[in-house]
Write a protein that binds this ligand. Structure first.
Ligand code: PLP
Length: 448
């Protein structure tokens, strides 16, 4: 391993260390090790604060390579990834079908002309995605990220209904662009932009009584109800049974559209192709992103042909971006959908869910620091009694070779979001490590 001009060059070791991404943790030096620290110095010099995850001590974990459910850091430490890179690595990091698609596509076309010209992958990709979305006669509008998909869905609802309000739930996370942020709940994220967050947002608590939703919709000014079917980033929370169907029926009653944000939960994460499939809910618009392109950025909104007709107008596209329907991302998205189908990954997540549940559901009884466990499929949240305990659990797990994120609306949830290809052995090992931390090693004295 060499370190030159601020760049760590690891070559032949990466593949060997990670195999097929099915390895157990191997911590060689206490992380973050010297290479990560050196890299952190450069980050602190050249990047603006806030974007580089430097912790209070000015260091960070530097990911050097990743494969399957493993991440190798710049110091050669191998981790099991329980973040899936914010839920992106559904088919695992660097799935060979995905990397082959990148190689093939990069030999042909790297960039196109977005809405002004097309490329051959777009229609097949739209068709492949629509096959799994529970909307009749569907069409796709591409976006460049999750937040962009939310902007697009909101705009579609305004355009299609001629109404001006949007109803959302607390807590929720829909992204950081101004429209998506206006719909998101966390005050810390909203505060810096508050003068520019539009006011046509109505809020109700997630899981509230249907009457409360009715009160938001009854004046018939609400273009759409925007909901995460299962709350993700703000602390994993499942919908009360029957709540999403009730929401869908209230939307129909008052002429509001139902937008489901499946950016985190979609594409197998909770054990179905889409989370709303658990209760056979039919949305008007479905947003996806994250795991769709196997590691490359893309977003998509799916709606019925009749609804999407709202965008019909002569002249230039009214929602687009330079990189929209990027050829490389379309190629990897097609490859990712192929892997999801051929390896039956949503069904795999459904099978793994109960394995996790059986292990972790008894934990709140056994470990005083845990208040609750929420989740299904391969999306789980460990709810601690104090935010400091969540941070400490993630921190200690990191030192034992697990990557996990602590956070949520109250800061007290540790997420378990592995790549959906994680092996049973890896999952078992990860849960054993977490259990042993909760059992033996857990006090809140010396907190990171
Ligand atoms: C449910 C949900 N919606 C939207 C977003 C925003 O996606 P992106 O970060 O790609 O803009 C996220 C990101 O975490 C998310 O979890």
């Amino acid at each position: 391993m060499r370190y030159e001009n601020g760049v760590v060059n690891r070559d032949e070791t990466g593949r060997d260390e990670l195999g097929d991404g099915d390895r157990l943790p191997n911590i060689r030096v206490p992380p973050p090790g010297p290479e990560s620290r050196r890299h952190a110095e450069q980050l602190a010099r050249w990047e603006a604060p806030g974007i580089n995850t430097l912790n209070a001590d000015g260091v960070t974990c530097v990911w050097q390579s990743a494969r399957g459910a493993n991440v190798l850091d710049a110091d050669g430490n191998r981790f099991i990834d329980l973040t899936a890179g914010f839920g992106v690595a559904g088919v695992g990091h660097r799935h060979p079908t995905v990397t082959r698609a990148i190689a093939a596509q990069s030999a042909q076309l790297l960039h196109g002309l977005g809405d002004a010209a097309s490329h051959p992958l777009r229609a097949p990709l739209a068709r492949a995605l629509c096959r799994h979305v529970p909307i009749d006669d569907p069409q796709v509008y591409w976006a460049v990220s999750g937040a962009d998909a939310i902007e697009l869905a909101i705009k579609t609802s305004l355009l299609a209904t001629g109404r001006h309000n949007i109803a959302v739930f607390d807590p929720s996370y829909h992204g950081m662009t101004l429209g998506a942020l206006a719909a998101s709940s966390r005050p810390r994220f909203r505060q810096p932009s508050s003068p520019h967050l539009h006011s046509h947002i109505r809020r109700a608590p997630y899981g509230c009584a249907p009457d409360q939703v009715e009160a938001l919709l009854e004046d018939r000014t609400v273009a759409a109800v925007l909901v995460e079917p299962t709350i993700g980033r703000e602390g994993v929370r499942l919908p009360p049974p029957g709540w999403l169907p009730a929401l869908a029926s209230r939307c129909r009653q008052f002429g509001s559209l139902l937008i489901v944000d499946e950016i985190f939960t979609g594409l197998g994460r909770t054990g179905k192709w889409f989370d709303i499939d658990h209760e056979r809910v039919t949305p008007d618009l479905l947003c996806c992103g994250k795991a769709l392109a196997g590691g490359l950025p893309i977003g998509a909104v799916v709606g019925s042909r009749a609804l999407m007709a709202a965008w019909k107008s002569p002249g230039e596209a009214r929602h687009t971006a330079t990189f929209v329907a990027h050829p490389l991302a379309c190629a990897t998205a097609l490859a990712t959908l192929e892997v999801l189908e051929q390896e039956q990954i949503p069904a795999r997540a459904a099978r793994m869910g109960p394995l996790v549940a059986d292990r972790i559901h008894p934990w709140p009884e056994r470990f005083p620091s845990l208040a609750a466990i929420h989740g299904r499929g391969l999306l789980w949240g460990l709810v601690t009694r104090e935010p400091a305990q969540a941070r400490q659990l993630a921190h200690r797990a990191y030192h034992q070779g697990l990557l996990m994120l602590a956070g949520g609306a109250e800061g007290n949830v540790v997420q378990l979001v592995p790549p959906l290809v994680i092996t049973e052995r890896q999952l078992h090992t990860a849960l054993t490590i977490i259990e042993s931390i909760l059992e033996n090693d857990f006090d809140t004295g010396d907190l990171p």
